[in-house]
Design a protein around this ligand. Structure first.
Ligand code: GLC
Length: 755
């Protein structure tokens, strides 16, 4: 591209480094109101190219072409060549040739796809996640992406909601650790460099607990739950330096987030000190009219800009109404200047005034995308994200001593990347069949998909792809028969079943959380001919898997493992790697238990208090247990770990002191394996009721057979704070219990008193 004059020759004065503040102010003052407003909306790729992927409903926006030409923010264009062309065109059209901001949803990978974030949460390994985010940033940056709409850090507790797959789970401490890791991985240490991208903390705020688990629904939580449980992960991402935040679709205190002044100015800007750019979600400003909070698009624009939303994503509210609102005096031009200055500052931080293309580079694109280094990292993370839920000893398998039938719609299937991987191509993924045959060419294996992923007619689609069927209705019975024959003659069966990848993600709420019935019918028929069943579960959310638990000898949850999923599954099934994942979200006994979370409250009639004298009158279900099928933090290994010598350095602590809790861990088995030691604290009595326990620390370590390691946690007063009866964020004196163990149901405990 011919080096364009930017901002009235400002470039000449700033060859080497970013523009200084006063130069940005000069540029801002030199811009017309119309030009300023052109920086405050974002359009999707369908305005700039064919075959664009839509991540929201497409309405006729009626935006004039001259406004499209001036648009300062673009979503969904990717590929170095395409991006450069769009940048050239947008800059050409502008009086000050301000470079557009190129944004994309790079959630768990660009072309090299990592496990879905819910699975990444199961690694309990922030360093690994940071590495994955850096690789995702590298691949997207050379392809022209300058900012990614990730990480999503919404706290989740209801697996009916399809977007639980996009979160790192139900725990605020774990989510906070991962929010930091994602931001650091995406942004690196120098935002102007050509292999990192800006990050976006989303969706602000509270989007993860929609009423009834239905996407885009109202959110009704107490202010204390909102402040104590939901906000910490957003705050952690902002403290890590995320340059943007995205507003959420939901209401908080019955005011839509995109027009919620308390949320955006008092909490985000003032309390959290966020100084970056605030972008709406897809048409979420316009949606305030549907929510009944705005009279019309102009009113919605007024509410949002006064609440402090800088960029209007994919609606016409700002571009068609802000000028009038300013000229009529309803909105001051100072508010516009405030927003536009933040946007110019962000573009400056990304180095776009010196280098509008940022990292876009066709040659690098060809070199690094899907390179072996990236694939190996994806394979490593996938293996660490798998959670072994059951194993009677049938795992690990042997490729030489037994015949194995891989049955089910994932046996020979490349659709194993999560719903938010719209740039990836399934052809780049390694299927279970490819991996197993490649690793064990002399093994005796059978591969039969046996059925389609979902019932005929229950079609789903989205994000640019639809469900591909293996069999026509006429072929289905014969396919099942072939699968049953294979299972009958094999020593063991690996049932590869679960949701289709598009059955989770945005707008994928389900009233029930079951594996498609067509697959369960196949499972039951296989069970009739071979009881040696290992289930490999593909899912974007915790599912009701009671029947699998009853009828199989092992269950390995692999979620949606991404590009190297097949290889990682083979590594774990055949014992090259011991599984080490721990659930980042509770697996409910059934959908009747949701929302469910381990850091719940005792109630006035806890079931546990009546176990010796059962009564009807306590907090329980008549028909199902209170406890989940598998608790948060749970996951088995190919070895067993023995915990011993739990000790605490003192049984009292003042607010200025620290105490240490230590425990010995011994690997009692034959495998080198990783264990995540978890520490939970219970505040026994407070001015408000307190959770029965909360995760306050974890350490993941690899142990050789017979190796013993002492793990130590430090506790200080800041870990004990909460919003007290007067909504002050503080700790309170009293008794605390400290649990250390393998998951959130661990019983080993020591106590201390805060004085
Ligand atoms: C979607 C999602 C949001 C995403 C945005 C742009 O509606 O809610 O997470 O970043 O649109 O694709």
């Amino acid at each position: 591209m011919q080096q364009r004059k930017i901002g009235n020759d400002l470039k000449e004065q700033r060859r080497e480094s970013q523009m200084e503040k006063e130069k940005l102010q000069e540029l801002l003052q030199d811009m017309s109101l119309k030009e300023k407003i052109s920086q405050m909306f974002q359009l999707n790729a369908n305005f700039f190219m064919d075959d664009a992927v839509l991540t929201g409903p497409l309405q006729e926006l009626g935006i004039a072409q001259e406004d499209v030409n001036q648009c300062g923010n673009v979503l969904g264009v990717y590929g170095a060549k395409k991006v450069k062309a769009v940048i050239d065109k947008q800059m050409e059209n502008q009086e000050h040739h301000i470079p557009p901001l190129i944004m994309q949803d790079v959630i768990n990978g660009y072309k090299t796809i990592f496990p879905i974030p819910l699975a990444q949460g199961c690694t309990f390994n922030p360093a690994l996640i940071k590495k994955g985010a850096a690789i995702s940033a590298r691949e997207s940056a050379v392809s022209g992406v300058q900012l990614t709409f990730a990480p999503m850090v919404d706290l989740v507790r209801d697996s009916r909601w399809g977007r639980v797959m996009e979160s790192t789970g139900e725990d605020k401490y774990l989510n906070s650790r991962f929010a930091k890791a994602f931001v650091e991985g995406f942004q690196g240490n120098d935002l102007t460099d050509t292999e990192h991208v800006g990050a976006c903390i989303k969706h602000f705020a509270g989007y993860g607990l929609p009423d009834a688990g239905r996407d885009y629904n109202n959110v009704e939580v107490s202010q204390r739950t909102f402040m104590d449980d939901m906000l910490p992960a957003y705050e952690a991402g902002i403290k890590a330096g995320a340059v943007t935040v995205m507003t959420s679709f939901n209401t908080i205190n019955r005011i839509p987030a995109s027009g919620n002044k308390w949320l955006l100015r008092d909490i985000l800007r003032q309390k959290m000190g966020f100084k970056g750019v605030l972008i709406s979600d897809w048409q979420s400003i316009w949606e305030m009219t549907s929510q009944g909070n705005a009279e019309n698009e102009k009113d919605a624009a007024r509410l949002a800009v006064k609440a402090g939303v800088d960029i209007d994503m994919m609606s016409n509210c700002y571009v068609k109404n802000l000028e009038e609102l300013v000229l009529e005096g309803t909105v001051s031009e100072e508010i516009i200047d405030e927003a536009v200055y933040r946007i110019l500052e962000l573009k400056n931080k990304l180095g776009l005034f010196e280098n509008p293309y940022k990292g876009a580079d066709e040659e690098k694109e060809a070199d690094i995308i899907l390179c072996n280094e990236h694939r190996n990292a994806a394979r490593e993370m996938a293996a660490e994200s798998f959670v072994l839920l059951e194993n009677d000893g049938i795992l690990p398998l042997s490729a030489s001593d037994e015949s194995i039938a891989f049955i089910g719609p994932f046996a020979n299937c490349k659709e194993i990347h999560g719903a938010w991987s719209m740039i990836a191509s399934a052809k780049d993924n390694i299927s279970i069949k490819e991996a197993v045959q490649d690793a064990y060419p002399n093994g005796t294996f059978y591969f039969e998909n046996g059925c389609n992923h979902i019932e005929d007619g229950a079609k789903i689609s989205g994000f640019g792809s639809v469900v591909t069927d293996f069999f026509t209705p006429e072929e289905e019975e014969e396919a099942q028969v072939r699968a049953i024959e294979a299972a009958a003659k094999a020593d063991k069966v690996v049932m590869t079943i679960g949701e289709h990848r598009l059955q989770s993600g945005e707008a994928a709420s389900y009233g029930d959380i079951k594996i498609p019935s067509i697959q369960m019918e196949l499972f039951r028929r296989i069970y009739e001919v071979n009881r040696n069943i290992v289930v490999v579960l593909f899912n974007g959310r915790p599912l009701d898997i009671r029947e699998l638990k009853d009828k199989s000898k092992a269950i390995l949850d692999v979620w949606f493992p991404g590009t190297e999923g097949g290889n990682a599954i083979a590594d774990v099934l055949f014992g090259k790697k011991s599984p080490s994942g721990k659930l980042s979200m509770s697996f409910p006994f059934c959908v009747g238990q949701v929302p469910i979370h381990y850091d719940c409250f005792s109630t006035g009639r806890p079931l546990s208090a009546y176990k010796d004298q059962p009564t009807r009158f306590c907090s329980q279900y008549v028909d199902i247990p209170n406890e989940p099928l598998y608790p948060f933090g749970y996951g088995l290994s190919y070895t067993t770990f023995e915990y011993s010598n739990l000790a605490i350095s003192s049984d009292t602590m003042t607010k200025s002191e620290e105490i240490m809790v230590s425990v010995d861990i011994t690997n009692k088995g034959d495998y080198i394996a990783k264990e995540t030691v978890q520490m939970y604290i219970q505040d026994v009595k407070g001015s408000v009721v307190r959770p029965v326990r909360e995760l306050k620390g974890f350490q993941k370590l690899a142990l050789k057979p017979e190796e013993t390691v002492t793990v130590t946690f430090t506790i200080d007063e800041s870990m004990l704070r909460f919003y007290d009866g007067d909504m002050n964020y503080t700790s309170e004196p009293g008794l605390f219990r400290v649990y250390v163990g393998q998951d959130s149901s661990c019983k080993e405990m020591v106590t201390f008193t805060l004085r």
